[in-house]
Ligand binder design. Structure first.
Ligand code: ADP
Ligand code: MG
Length: 678
């Protein structure tokens, strides 16, 4: 980065110590930060409306002249109102300005101005209160509007950005190689910077945006690819072709072809001299855990430890049980390590891990805490990876001598996105479900049928099955929690008073959560009222019925994940989606779930109906935060940026050459600022 950009904002004319402190509050320290503090939106003065036709009670842009200034009218001490009559020859209006005498004084009769503000009144008497006023002459036609902080005004920010651009003059640097700019038809960075802040029209603004979005996605793609290739440099724990036949013959079921292929993929990867980086993508219930256990057994046979990370304590506990079941009879020692264990217990377990007493360690984030050391970590498995951040993963990977990495996900994301999120990885897909699974019969009904739905639940419970009632707690707020609690109370004291009802929600202490889940697993509870914490991976084969309240509030993929909690055993299972918002659109959407049981197909529908915003909005992916690119909107740019990143890194894998130093700085800047907060 050229020196000018790294200078503190204070160096700009018009920015003193006070202002620079205010800027710092907004996260703007350097000239670079200021230039990358992009406008939130723009006011386009190019096509003003006429006063006659402009709509009332909306923000409008008008152009006209001041006809007459009315005498100042003090309302009360310290508050004055100033008024002026304004016309554009189609109609008149009154400009009303409170207190800002200096502004009023600067208005000149017969001079032309743009007004931006909300038009009020009626068709006979129109008024505009405290509008933004720009002289028609000498004002840039597109005005940027920035996110501000107390003490910094739009005008000041515009002036300071202007000063920054002027101080750079023609020397704004160009980090991206010329041929990549040409191929992607992008403008220069200097042009983009000038026009993202002060576009002459909407066209130059678009050009500027295209360039800056590309830069940001290119930076992201470079960073992800570089992380991956750093791993490639080192040899991981190289393993040899030990047989895992014992594992196969010990299983209580025959693996599906998909499962077998996935395990073979892992075994082949783990014998290469660079670490495996593989994603197992399989719909809910496809049996990913059995694949993980197979890979862990192979690592065990090679004398290496395996760490399995799950997003929640409930899941960690469940994986622990499953792996114990599969592996302990084969002599593999498995241990659970979670944050909620007592300090003493944790210490003991950690000591065992460090000494290599345990071959498989299952846990939550506690695993990645700096104090856990492994004797010989060979394989790291992460379940439902999109819930973890890039930083967390990197940390765990740093614990061993570049361990092999296996990721399990039920989220069928398009390959481009998978590559972006996981880096350059290989994918094994579990296409089919284990034999004998029956699809979960799914019905969408309105709230009117709630009682009948509950009656249906009762029938199942009476047959010895268990059930879930899921209600959303969108905000995770105290009020929402209260709603969920009273809902559960009503059910357990009312309709289901003769049954054992438990409540599970995200705000419960981890040990409490685990206790409830354990009770449900052991059939000490018949019915579990739950928020979406049951969403991922919980496995209770006796559960055969699920009711989802306010189903319209969920995305289809999430509903599909939820209903995957039932139909996991030999019992015919059902899922009832209840909505109190039965618009045609909602009903059509929910009906997709009655028809399809294919997670991939469902997620495609979701993408069509709602866009990928659901996925990106939640920041579950753990990617750095973008300033201007919106990955859900800029998929095509993402593809181009990835291709460009490959071309650049092919020639210069770690961006070490002088001509790529600008890019390298961009990458470091993006990842340094953002990765830590997951
Ligand atoms: P998911 O892919 O959703 O994580 P799980 O690994 O939890 O699925 O497996 C779901 C259920 O299916 C578990 O009870 C598991 O024991 C069982 N299962 C896994 N593979 C098979 C198979 N090949 N045949 C029969 N049941 C299987
Ligand atoms: Mg699972």
């Amino acid at each position: 980065m050229i020196k000018e950009l790294a200078k503190p904002v204070m160096y700009l004319s018009g920015v003193g110590p006070k202002k620079s402190e205010l800027y710092e509050n907004m996260g703007v320290k350097t000239v670079y930060d200021l230039l990358y503090h992009f406008p939130r939106y723009y006011i386009d003065l190019n096509s003003p409306q006429t006063i006659r036709d402009a709509p009332l009670n909306e923000t409008v842009v008008l152009k006209g002249r001041v006809v007459r200034k009315l005498p100042e009218a003090p309302i009360r001490r310290g508050l004055s109102v100033y008024k002026a009559v304004f016309t554009d020859d189609t109609a008149d209006l009154t400009i009303v300005i409170y207190n800002a005498g200096y502004l009023f004084k600067s208005l000149e009769v017969e001079r032309e101005y743009f007004l931006v503000g909300k038009l009020t009144g009626n068709l006979i008497r129109r008024e505009i209160n405290s509008p933004q006023i720009y002289p028609a002459e000498g004002t840039d036609p597109v005005q940027p509007v920035y996110r501000l902080t107390e003490g910094i005004t739009q005008n000041l920010l515009r002036q300071n950005v202007h000063a920054a651009l002027t101080s750079l003059g023609a020397q704004i640097y160009e980090p991206v190689p010329a041929e990549i700019l040409r191929e992607n038809e992008l403008c220069s960075l200097g042009f983009a910077m000038q026009n993202i802040h002060f576009p002459t029209d909407m066209h130059t603004l678009e050009m500027a945006k295209d360039r800056l979005v590309f830069d940001e996605l290119l930076t992201l793609a470079l960073g992800m690819l570089m992380m991956k290739s750093r791993c490639r440099e080192h040899a991981g724990c190289v393993m040899t072709g030990e047989s895992i036949d014992e594992y196969y013959s010990g299983l209580p079921f025959e693996l599906t072809d998909g499962q077998k292929n996935a395990i073979n993929d892992c075994i082949a990867d783990m014998q290469k001299n660079f670490p495996m980086n593989r994603l197992i993508q399989g719909d809910v219930g496809s049996g990913k855990t059995a694949v993980a256990a197979g890979a862990a057994f192979f690592a065990y046979k090679n004398g290496c430890q395996t760490a399995l990370m799950a997003p929640t304590e409930i899941l960690a506990a469940q994986h622990y049980e499953t792996l114990c079941g599969f592996l302990e009879p084969l002599g593999v020692k498995v241990v659970l390590l979670t944050g909620s264990m007592t300090a003493k217990k944790k210490e003991k377990v950690k000591a065992g891990i460090a000494a290599g007493e345990y071959s498989v360690v299952v846990g939550t984030h506690a695993l990645v805490q700096a104090s856990t050391t492994f004797k010989k970590l060979g394989l790291v498995i992460t379940d439902e990876q999109h819930r973890f951040g890039v930083g967390q993963r990197a940390m765990l990977a740093g614990k061993g001598d570049n361990p092999h990495k296996l990721v399990m996900s039920a989220t069928p994301i398009p390959r481009t996105l998978a590559l972006m999120i996981y880096g350059d990885l290989d994918i094994s897909v579990l296409k089919e479900l284990p034999k004998g699974r029956q699809p979960v019969e799914t019905y969408a009904v309105t709230g009117k049928l709630r009682e009948r739905a509950f009656g249906y639940v009762k029938q199942h419970l009476d047959e010895g099955r268990q059930g879930y009632i899921v209600c959303p707690m969108i905000e995770e707020s105290a009020a929402d929690l209260q709603d969920v609690k009273s809902y559960a109370k009503n059910l357990s004291e009312g309709f289901f008073k003769d049954y054992r009802v438990g409540l599970l929600h995200g705000r419960l202490a981890p040990d409490k959560k685990e206790k409830v889940m354990k009770q449900f697993k052991e059939h000490e509870l018949d019915l579990l009222v739950s928020t979406t914490v049951v969403e991922v991976g919980v496995d209770v084969p006796n559960a055969a019925i699920m009711v989802i309240e306010n189903a319209d509030r969920f995305g289809l993929s999430q509903l599909h994940q939820l209903r995957g909690r039932v139909g996991r055993g030999q019992f015919k299972s059902s899922c009832i989606l209840i909505t109190d918002n039965p618009t045609e659109e909602v009903v059509q959407r929910l009906k997709i779930l009655s028809k399809s049981h294919d997670g991939f197909e469902i997620s495609q529908e979701d993408l069509k109906l709602r866009g990928p915003g659901d996925f990106f909005g939640s920041r579950q992916h753990g990617l750095p935060k973008m300033k201007i690119a919106d990955m859900s909107q800029n998929m095509d740019v993402l593809v181009k940026a990835q291709a460009a990143a490959k071309v650049i890194l092919d020639k210069d894998p770690q961006l070490d050459t002088p001509q790529n130093s600008g890019l390298k700085e961009l990458v470091e800047h993006l990842f340094e600022q953002n990765v830590s907060n997951d």
